[in-house]
Design a protein around this ligand. Sequence first.
Ligand SMILES: Cc1ncc(COP(=O)(O)O)c(C=O)c1O
Length: 362
Amino acid sequence: MTKLKDMFVPWLATAREYNYSILDHAWGHPENARLMLNENPLPPSEKVVQAVADAVRKGNRYPDSYLRLRTKIAAKYDMGPENIELCNGSSEIIDSMMRLFLKPGDEIIMSNPTFGLYPPRAELCGAKVVQVPVMKDTMQYDVEKMLASVNEKTKLILIISPNNPTGVFIDDADLERFCELGIPLCVDEAYLDYCPDYKTKAYLIKKYPHVFLASTFSKAFGFAGIRFGFMLGTEEMAQAFKAMLLPWNVGLMAAAAAEAILDNPEEVQAKVAHNNKWMKIFTKELKELGLHPYPANGNYMLVDAAITGKTTAQILTAALEKNIYLKRIGEIHGNNCYFRVTPGLDEENERFIEFIHEYFGK
Ligand SMILES: Cc1ncc(COP(=O)(O)O)c(C=O)c1O
């Protein structure tokens, strides 16, 4: 009889895995500082908790399409409810966009490094992931090489801005060059809420109907475990995503939480202020020790520790001995000396600073 593994689609065996087993470790060890996953360290406010508690009482009913909530979010982008689809965290948009645009043999272009969920979700559609290394010194997108990688098989392009894990924004003029290709383009703005001075790229949707945005409440809004996100696009694009997403993908509790935090912008402002304060402190402390934190715009920074002679693996092991999780970053341009860190609670951040002084200090 045919073996079960031979019954699966062939790309199941070859697709990369998005490994999040660290979370099993982290939930089992609450004493460890979770500085590795770009989470928000601050828990939801009482207003959010109350909204969720009220919603759960209606949990026997199927949700509707959340017209009021969609209208509220879309209005922030000068768009209407027909331009937005809600999702159970923007990972759902990542998955849907692959199924929407990629057939086996098609190609998607993205940077290397990138957010680790993107390659596997494309590969699980049988598509080929073309990853173009970022520029060596600036960690900026290598726009020329990415454009040169476009061919007739390219059916989707991904730009995360600010990028993860590099923390840099793409220049507007460069982004427009991708738009001009006329190929479906996802602009992922997961971390934009940390940067009140930067404008969303939603305006591109009106000019380029093949452009869409992915966004999430997992970061500045602190909803990683509540799960809530959305996509923005033309009405036609939103309808296509609606077809790909499951009905009732967003539960009543997540939607109620989203509406409560939208009605209480001070909560997000306080979370952003906490993060941005510690991002500055981390940058200063790391620089003083001779390390190289790249200029970063989200809730994480990429750090080059080459000067210390330590490898990524050594640094992560030493940090864990001090009850700190850091993010493993694979080789970039053959160098194995990077890690990524996200500010946590005050005490955890102080622990991180103590660790880097002890470990990297002379
Ligand atoms: C760039 C980027 N996009 C999307 C996500 C997914 O977030 P979520 O599914 O929690 O909304 C992440 C998570 O880290 C990310 O870094």
